[in-house]
Ligand binder design. Structure first.
Ligand code: G6P
Length: 614
């Protein structure tokens, strides 16, 4: 997905900030990159297809020391028009003065292009973006100021757009526009940075302003003015990001994903800090105190999310039913938003999202709000759109997650869901002793996760070498660990491109069993919990058909090790927390299979970290 960085200021080299910022957005996926600067009142454009390093190669030796303190850059993920230099952003208006970058899709660009062609404009690209620059030029020709021309133009655009632009004759400002595509502004010292994602900003400042849909920001070195699409002034809050710059470094790990897997103990520590009340067997969740006060009125929880966040929501349903004594359901955000869900004012809809920007989750949340539901978020990125629109929630404090395949955000989502269920349960039937057991297990979790990482790291690596050439995998689990099987399969397919299917172990005999023969590896989660005996029977069914079984078992398990071909031992933990431990070897296994195959683990093909389109 595309990335935007814009700079206005006097403290840094604009080209360096933009290029560095774009590199921080590389993980989002792109196929060309470009930037624009201003020198002697003239816009200069630099564009290249392929990696940002190609662009860097192209500008090697060019002296940028006398440019103005302004620049905008973009990584493009082709939609309208092929991967060519003319289609690469920035795009410039016919008079050579208005230059802009754009994320999103202008749905009525063909009509606008037609109109502008009739007025004598020429188009040099096949993009939907170029019309925006010429539309603004046209409105300025009619006698409007830059600001007014922008306002008039956005009113004519339909679709989604995050746009950042500057105008050669007013080099003291960049203008950022948001409708549907995220835009965030970092407030620095004598410099301000605009980007589509805070990753491009954190190196410079932790103070950020998020634009909401329908807002325009005029960003100068000494301040920001925010107005609505109709020109009214809007006051914005400044959020402080809790990420550390060092987190953006690989710290000696070959990939971000491996680093993030190993960061899970610290991430969990950060998620539970100050939130556990051991004596009371209770939790303190400041962000949902409003909900705590009205919990006796609530009839049902619905969890919504996409990808890994959806799997967390599935486990949330089990937690809410077992610990919270509360009816709960879960749905893909993309299904929820279109299926006319029955939601009342006494229902809580929980949007789960690492980025807080996933379009489907955001739209599902808006649909829930329209229906009058109480909404909350379980979110990683502080101040992100979903976090702001839910109004209340639990930040998971996993820190920056760069690997496209989510790992530490998943386990932290689960920790947050356990705490939420304890809060709900203790207001209902969950007794103090049961509450204490869960809370003290949560407290010990960081250490147990660390132990699990150390214990399973080598064995998963060895198994990955043995299995990296298989073309298909089945993952099985039951109860709390059925969603873990889905997550394990998702991790493997995302980064290794091996077909992997997650299934409820009990359902296997109703279909997937037909696939099992000596060429089918079956990964089974068989830790000693309520459905252990049932899972052992399922393993027997696989073995009877000569499938190759890799089982996740508790230490000292003797039953499964006799029948499985390979076992991976993990420590025992109470059942509601078992997904957090059991998913770890599955993350490592997927990682090592993909790295054994020499694949780009952090940037798997066709995937994006944050999907801000439908
Ligand atoms: C994309 C990512 C997944 C992620 C999903 C939801 O598909 O590739 O890893 O689980 O979006 O993202 P979110 O930011 O809402 O958790």
């Amino acid at each position: 997905m595309c990335g935007i960085v814009g700079y206005v200021g006097v403290s840094s080299n604009p080209v360096e900030v933009v290029i560095e910022g774009l590199k921080q957005l590389e993980y989002r996926g792109y196929d060309s990159a470009g930037f624009a600067v201003l020198r002697n009142s003239k816009v200069e454009l630099y564009k290249e297809v392929g990696r940002i390093s190609n662009l860097e190669e192209k500008i090697k030796g060019i002296d940028f020391s006398d440019i103005e303190g302004i620049a905008i850059g973009h990584t493009r993920w082709a939609t309208h028009g092929g991967i060519t230099v003319p289609n690469t952003h920035p795009h410039i208006s016919n008079n050579g003065k208005i230059v802009l970058v754009h994320n999103g899709v202008i749905e009525n660009y063909a009509d606008l292009k037609e109109l502008l062609l009739r007025k004598g404009y020429t188009f040099y690209s096949q993009t939907d973006t170029e019309v925006i620059a010429n539309l603004i030029e046209e409105h300025m020709k009619e006698g409007n100021s830059l600001e007014d021309a922008v306002i008039l133009s956005v009113q004519e655009l339909s679709g989604t757009f995050g746009v950042v632009l500057f105008y050669a004759d007013e080099p003291d400002k960049i203008i950022a526009i948001r409708k549907g595509s995220p835009i965030v502004i970092g407030i620095g010292d004598n410099e301000n940075i605009v980007a589509s994602d805070i990753n491009a900003i954190v190196k410079h400042t932790k103070n950020v302003v998020y634009l909401d849909d329908g807002e325009i920001a005029i960003v100068k070195v000494d301040g920001i003015k925010t107005i609505s699409f109709s020109g009214k002034n809007i006051k914005k809050d400044v959020f402080v990001i809790d990420w550390e710059v060092e987190e953006m470094d690989k710290k000696g790990y070959p990939h971000y994903m491996l680093k993030e897997i190993f960061e899970q103990p610290t991430a969990i520590e950060n998620c539970i800090r100050g939130r556990l009340l051991e004596d009371e067997g209770y939790v303190k969740l400041g962000g949902i105190s409003k909900l705590e006060g009205i919990i006796h009125k609530v009839k049902k929880f619905t969890f919504i999310g996409c990808g890994t966040a959806y799997h967390a929501g599935m486990i949330g349903k089990y937690l809410m039913e077992n610990i919270g004594w509360m009816p709960a359901e879960v749905d893909f955000a993309s299904e929820f938003r279109y299926r006319n869900p029955i939601v009342s004012q006494r229902d809580v809809v929980v949007a789960i999202s690492q980025s807080g920007e996933t379009m489907d989750t955001l739209e599902a949340l808006r649909e829930a709000k329209r229906k009058g539901a109480i909404t909350m978020g379980i979110i990683n990125v502080v101040g992100s759109t979903i976090a702001r629109e839910t109004g209340m929630g639990i930040y998971i404090h996993a820190g920056v997650e760069i690997g496209v395949a989510s790992t530490k955000a998943f386990t932290n989502m689960l920790v947050a869901l356990v705490m939420l269920s304890v809060m709900v349960g203790r207001k209902k039937k969950l007794g103090i002793f049961e509450g204490r057991e869960i809370v003290s297990s949560l407290k010990e979790l960081p250490e147990l996760v660390e132990y699990t990482l150390q214990k399973t790291n080598k064995v998963t690596q060895e198994l990955a070498k043995k299995f990296s050439n298989y073309r298909n995998f089945i993952y099985l689990g039951r109860g709390y660990n059925y969603p873990v099987a889905l997550e394990g399969a998702l991790k493997l397919k995302e980064i290794s491109y091996i077909h992997a299917e997650g299934y409820s172990a009990g359902e296997m005999k109703h279909g997937p069993i037909a696939l099992i023969d000596e060429n089918m590896p079956v990964v089974v989660i068989a830790t000693k919990h309520s459905v252990y005996d049932k899972v052992v029977s399922n393993i027997q069914e696989v073995k009877a058909r000569h499938g190759k079984v890799i089982a996740i078992v508790n230490e000292n398990d003797t039953t499964v090790s006799k029948i499985a071909d390979y076992t991976i031992e993990v420590p025992y933990v109470i059942e509601p927390l078992s997904p957090i431990i059991n998913v770890i070897p599955l993350q490592l296994f997927a990682y090592y299979v993909a790295s054994t195959k020499g694949l780009d683990v952090d940037k798997p093909r066709n995937l994006a970290k944050s999907v801000t389109v439908e």
